[in-house]
Every structure is written in C-alpha cells, then in structure tokens.
Design a protein around this ligand. Structure first.
Ligand SMILES: NC(=O)c1ccc[n+]([C@@H]2O[C@H](COP(=O)([O-])OP(=O)(O)OC[C@H]3O[C@@H](n4cnc5c(N)ncnc54)[C@H](OP(=O)(O)O)[C@@H]3O)[C@@H](O)[C@H]2O)c1
Length: 278
C-alpha cells in the first residue's frame, strides 16, 4: 500500500495524484525503468509521442503482469500533428504503440500559438472526438496559459480536464494555477524537482533535515500538499523508490509556505507563448 490519493477530474474520472514520467528515458532503458516503477507501486505513467518511448511503456505494462485497467496512462499529441486529420492519425498511432484500445488521458503537448495560424481550437475539437468515442477517457492540454484556455472555453464544447505545466519551487505558477482552480482544471506539475536544480537549495535542505526525508522527497511532498498531480522521472532504481516514499509524512503549513516563497519565476523549459518546435 502506497497511500497515493486519487484526484477527481471535472468529468468525474479519477487520476492518481502521483505517477512516473518518462521524458528523456531512452527507449532501450524504458521497459526496465517503468517495470521498476510499477513494482515499487506506481500506477500512473506519463509519456508522449515526442518522447519516442510509448511502445516501451506499453511493453512494460504488459510485462508487469498488471491489468491494463490498474495503470493510468497519459500520452500527448506531437507538435507536428496539430491539423485535425494528422491528430486523428497520430492518436491511432499512439494507441497502437502503447498496445491498448483506450488511453486514460490524452493531451495537446504544446499550444504552438505561432504555428498552424494560431489555431489550437480545431486540434482540441479533434481531441473532443476521441473523448466522445471513449478512446480517450479524459482529455486535456499541456503548457497552456490562461489566455489559451479562455479561447478553448469560448470556441469548444468540452473543457480540458487537466493542464500540465512546469511547476516547482523556483516557478510556482500562481497565475495559471489560480485560473485552473477557478475553472475546475486539475494542474499537473512537470519537472517537479526542476530536474534536480532545486535540491541544493538551503531552505529545502533544511526542511528535509527537519523532516528526516531527502530534499527530493520534501519537494515532491510540497506538490502533493498543494494539490497538484506529479510524475517525477528517474532511471535510478533507488531514486524511483525514494520518490514514491512520500506518503508517510506531512509538511507543516510554514514549511509549505517557505518552499513556495523560493519562487523566482524561473523556467527550466521553454516559454509556451513562443515555443514553436515541431
Ligand atoms: N508537458 C511537458 O511539456 C513536459 C515537459 C517536461 C517534463 N514533462 C513530464 O514531467 C516528467 C518529470 O519531469 P522531468 O523529467 O523533466 O524532471 P524531474 O522529474 O523534475 O527531474 C528528473 C531528474 O532528476 C533526477 N532525479 C530524480 N529523482 C531524484 C532524486 N530522488 N534525487 C536526486 N535526483 C533525482 C533524475 O535523474 P536520474 O534519472 O538520472 O535518476 C533526472 O535527471 C517528465 O518525465 C515528463 O513525463 C512534461
């Protein structure tokens, strides 16, 4: 028993608040890492067409002996496939690579507002189709700013269930998080430990010492207490187990506040308003 809470999405489905991310895991290392995570109790895997390892994620789930229904799987539409016909083909390919006939959550990976004539609404309408067909149990977006979300609310029928954005102690994202809270959009925090950059921070080291936990565990717990969904990545078996071992302690309100006060609005990844790689 790991005690991982479920979060209820705006469509009534639930998602485990904690999972495993596979960005920057080489295809040849992915089966081993995902099997290690599933053995350690992870039941939620976050992949993407762009990570090049959907096939290996599917293989790991099959190899784990778990029932498909026991594992929550997310993938994301590649940036080259925003036109609706391309999105439909890409979605079929994602299901094929994962070896499944449905996905728990499918996201538009980036809004790409400077591409495709700034039209992410017709891309979203393609995802609405996957949802209506039941092949995507939930649909959402990633790296959307409030002005991108407002446009979907105006032009589309189904509101996104989640917005997956970069969040960590150096980028607390209070604006996007409040917008999402007001509109019942669950926040998923990517790069939750800022790819390791926050782990030497003196405040985090001091909170970790007080809690008898590692800096990574304290930062991951901070996200859980703020209510965000997280999926730290690691290829290191000891870290995979360390990262899930955060459901036996709590941070005080002061510690949560002290870690939040480290915000510097500092991104480790691209700015969604200008990112245009396809
Ligand atoms: N939607 C998007 O645009 C987007 C963008 C980025 C990420 N994501 C998602 O978010 C997931 C997590 O983000 P991320 O992979 O960028 O970064 P992250 O989870 O914040 O950090 C991963 C890095 O931290 C190291 N690490 C992991 N656990 C550690 C621990 N306990 N102690 C010390 N170091 C540790 C890992 O090293 P080792 O692997 O060498 O152990 C790896 O280098 C991704 O895998 C992906 O699923 C989404």
């Amino acid at each position: 028993m790991t005690g991982i809470p479920d979060i209820m999405l705006n469509n009534g489905n639930t998602i485990p608040q904690f999972g495993f991310g596979v960005f920057q895991i080489e295809p040849q290392d992915t089966v081993k890492a995902v099997v290690t995570a599933l053995q350690a109790g992870y039941r939620h895997i976050d992949t993407a067409e762009g990570y090049g390892n959907e096939k290996q994620v599917g293989e790991a789930i099959a190899r784990s002996g778990l029932n498909r229904k026991e594992v929550f799987v997310t993938s994301k539409l590649g940036n080259a496939s925003h036109r609706p016909d391309d999105a439909r083909q890409a979605f079929d390919e994602t299901l094929g690579a994962l070896g499944t006939d449905y996905i728990d959550l499918f996201l538009i990976h980036w809004p790409l507002p400077t591409r495709y004539d700034g039209d992410y609404s017709s891309t979203w309408q393609a995802l609405e189709g996957f949802y209506r067909e039941g092949r995507a149990r939930s649909i959402g977006v990633s790296n959307f700013q409030p002005h991108h979300l407002r446009r979907l609310h105006q032009e589309c029928e189904i509101p996104p269930a989640v917005n997956q954005i970069e969040v960590h102690p150096y980028l607390t994202q209070s604006g996007v998080r409040s917008f999402c809270a007001e509109h019942q959009i669950a926040v998923e925090a990517w790069s939750p430990i800022a790819q390791g950059k926050v782990l030497d921070d003196p405040t985090i080291v001091s909170v970790a010492r007080g809690a008898g936990k590692s800096p990574a565990q304290v930062v991951l717990r901070w996200h859980i207490e703020r209510g965000d969904i997280i999926f730290p990545k690691s290829v290191t078996p000891a870290r995979i187990r360390e990262n899930i071992d955060i459901f036996d302690f709590e941070l005080s309100g002061e510690d949560v506040e002290a870690i939040g006060a480290l915000n510097r609005d500092e991104r480790t990844g691209p700015d969604p308003d200008t990112f245009d790689a396809i």
